[in-house]
Design a protein around this ligand. Structure first.
Ligand SMILES: *Cc1c(COP(=O)(O)O)cnc(C)c1O
Length: 286
């Protein structure tokens, strides 16, 4: 059975914008799970790798864009736990710091056109016919086993009223919400994509109940930034010493500071935010 490298700490955020109205905000430092691998991607892979081992699959096959935190995590986990890894990467062949890490960890990269990438299962089945003991992992590592891994984020978190994380596919939030329910904590998500309201339903289906997702804080859409976001990121980091990434965690933190200012959270709420990692993305700010 696999084990998490270690259990990251929970710290209080001592920033005036986060402590209005008797509200206090804490952060679960899942970014510390690994220096390069995104924290929630570790959590999401946990039971998936276990399942692959049990099925005697030793070759993990997955999908992602050229800046996929998931692919870096998969490549690293593959190297640690003796799986071969292959990734179908969307778009023409490129090189960047994230794909270089994937290669160092031994991942095979196959670049495919955006058109071909749309049919992931076709790509997988064709590949599986030519290789033995392969195991399919969806884009972003999403799915039920991935959500199960995220139920453990709150294992050592007690006494909080709310917990909040960034939402891409929503798998992390679904798992977080399940874990939170056991502790009477309300889980909410901050969606980093624009116009993704339809995903609320999927998240609810994965969690087993409705989970609140805020959709008004995407700053223009996935991986889009604006001055307010980048200024906030700078402000947060220079006053806490905690790095954020502009794609996920900075949007979540900015959203929480705004919700606190709007008095959305009741007086004396104790909020646990989840630092899902993703810091490699920060190196791509231009
Ligand atoms: C992938 C990722 C997310 C989104 O996780 P989902 O389960 O897809 O919603 C959030 N934060 C970081 C840092 C990520 O890399």
């Amino acid at each position: 059975m696999l084990e998490l490298p270690f259990n990251p700490p929970i710290q209080q955020i001592n920033l005036p914008d986060f402590n209005a109205n008797g509200v206090t905000v804490y952060i679960k430092r899942d970014d510390m799970l690994h220096p390069f691998v995104s924290g929630n991607k570790w959590r999401k892979l946990f039971y998936v790798l276990d399942d692959a081992q049990q099925k005697n699959s030793n070759h993990l096959v997955s999908f992602g864009g050229a800046y996929s935190n998931h692919l870096v995590a998969l490549a690293c986990a593959g190297a640690m736990y003796q799986f071969k890894t292959t990734a179908f990467v969307r778009g023409e062949e490129v090189n960047n710091h994230m794909l270089n890490l994937c290669k160092l960890y031994g991942m095979e990269l196959i670049f495919v056109s955006r058109e071909a990438y749309k049919n992931k299962l076709d790509l997988y089945y064709e590949f599986a016919q030519q290789h033995v003991n392969t195991y399919f992992i969806d884009e972003g590592g999403k799915g039920e086993l991935a959500a199960k891994g995220c139920t453990h984020i709150l294992d050592d978190a007690d006494g909080f009223t709310h917990t909040v994380c960034a939402v891409g596919t929503g798998t992390t939030l679904a798992g977080l919400a399940k874990g939170a329910q056991l502790k009477n904590i309300t889980a909410e998500g901050i969606c980093v994509l624009k116009g993704a309201e339809a995903m609320d339903h999927e998240i609810g289906a994965l969690a087993g109940f409705d989970v609140k997702v805020h959709h008004e804080f995407s700053c223009g859409g996935y991986a889009k930034t604006d001055t307010e976001l980048l200024d906030f990121m700078q402000h947060f980091t220079m006053h806490t010493g905690i790095l954020l990434d502009q794609v996920y965690t900075a949007k979540m933190m900015l959203a929480i500071s705004k919700l606190i200012a709007q008095k959305y959270y009741p007086t004396n709420s104790k909020i646990l935010t989840i630092h899902t990692g993703g810091l490699l993305g920060m190196l791509s700010i231009v």
